[in-house]
Design a protein around this ligand. Structure first.
Ligand SMILES: Cc1ncc(COP(=O)(O)O)c(C=O)c1O
Length: 358
């Protein structure tokens, strides 16, 4: 069901870029200097030239707010989250859970619909092995598009090899657009899941995500949207998309590596068993005559089964992400620095390369 919820975090605009117009338009030189100034690494020289970084689709450079948040955490608040009762533990947990709320607003969902995990690849595997594996039967189908990142192909291919399900691939046309007519032909009662990217990492294609989701649902299939490339370019509104899962990685929205998010509709998360065992999901452990009885907490399926080290990393990293995602200049900075928006402002630095191919 598509619940109408106004987005709580409207994207601010800088420099008068018109809605729907090319981002970057109307940005002054001093705006660009300020944007570069947010990223300490952009002050260094490479081959004696000011650094121009065009690999943000691969991973984003880190703004000072992120670097400072990590530094601040280890200097002032370091403790494990959710398991330490002392003051630092409370601070770390508050930072971690506060970030969950921030992320939820960013995606226009609720905090308890999010699994904080290590990234897109992990999140896709989590859905594949915890939700899909027990449900797939020989002859069932998983549908992908022709332009998926390997992280959204390999787990499904492995799952098909284990279950006898088939992978079906939607072709793209010569312009890199999804062939919806061909997609319609692939959908039937055996289609259990459609998993596709909202923005292609290879082609930059923005897929007609709402339509793909709606078509899958009308065939009775669940849908995972890979938001790894879209969250830095498009408004992330998962409720509007109405997908069943939405995944992305922190490092592509200028956060640190090793942090990511899986959104799942509540009913689906509730029916999904934990994929990996670990401490956070457990309410009680009883050992009687050598036999161990576990009592799972209510949120067992939602708890990433993390070891303490990962939990601490999560606290640090999510806290950093929290800073990035606060409404305001930084998010706009990230938005403007995305590759497709750079063509005009970077004409000058890029010409340095052609003058001096050292
Ligand atoms: C569209 C897409 N999906 C998934 C991934 C995998 O992301 P990660 O390596 O952060 O898990 C990438 C990384 O480039 C990507 O571009």
């Amino acid at each position: 069901m598509n619940v109408e919820r106004p987005h709580p975090n409207p994207l601010p605009r800088r420099g008068g870029s018109p809605p729907g117009g090319q981002a970057g338009q109307g940005i002054t030189d001093s705006d660009w200097a300020g944007i570069r100034g947010d990223f300490p690494l952009l002050t260094r020289l490479v081959h004696d030239k000011p650094l121009v970084y065009l690999d943000s689709a691969n991973t984003g450079q880190k703004p000072a707010v992120v670097i400072e948040a990590i530094d601040d955490f280890y200097r002032n608040h370091n403790a494990n989250v959710s398991r330490a009762v002392h003051a630092l533990g409370a601070e770390a947990t508050e930072a971690y859970e506060g970030s969950r709320i921030k992320l939820a607003k960013f995606l226009n969902v609720r905090g308890d619909e999010l699994v904080l995990c290590s990234g897109t690849t992990f999140a896709i595997n989590l859905v594949a092995y915890s939700w899909a594996l027990p449900r797939l039967r020989p002859g069932d189908a998983i549908v992908l598009t022709r332009m998926e990142h390997h992280a959204n192909i390999v787990p499904w291919q492995q799952l098909c090899a284990r279950t006898g399900a088939k992978l079906r691939v939607i072709p793209v046309d010569d312009d890199g657009q999804v062939r919806l007519d061909e997609y319609a032909k692939l959908l039937n009662a055996r289609t259990k899941l459609v998993s596709f990217t909202q923005v292609s990492n290879a082609l930059g294609t923005v897929t007609p995500a709402k339509q793909i989701v709606a078509m899958a649902h009308s065939a009775g299939a669940k849908v995972l949207v890979d938001g790894a490339q879209s969250v830095s370019h498009l408004r992330a509104d998962v409720i509007d998309l109405d997908c069943d899962w939405f995944v992305f990685s922190g490092h592509k929205v200028f956060g640190p590596t090793g942090i990511g998010v899986l959104y799942g509709k509540e009913a689906l998360l509730n029916e999904t068993p934990p994929w990996q065992g670990g401490g956070n999901m457990i309410k009680d452990v009883n050992v009687n005559d050598g036999a161990i009885t576990l009592t799972f907490g209510n949120n067992a399926s939602k708890a990433p089964a993390v070891n303490p080290e990962v939990a601490v990393n999560g606290a640090v990293n999510v806290r950093a992400l929290h800073n990035i995602l606060r409404p305001g200049a930084t998010l706009v900075t990230c938005h403007l620095l995305s590759f497709s928006h750079l063509a005009k402002p970077l004409t000058e630095p890029l010409s340095c390369w052609s003058q001096s191919p050292s």
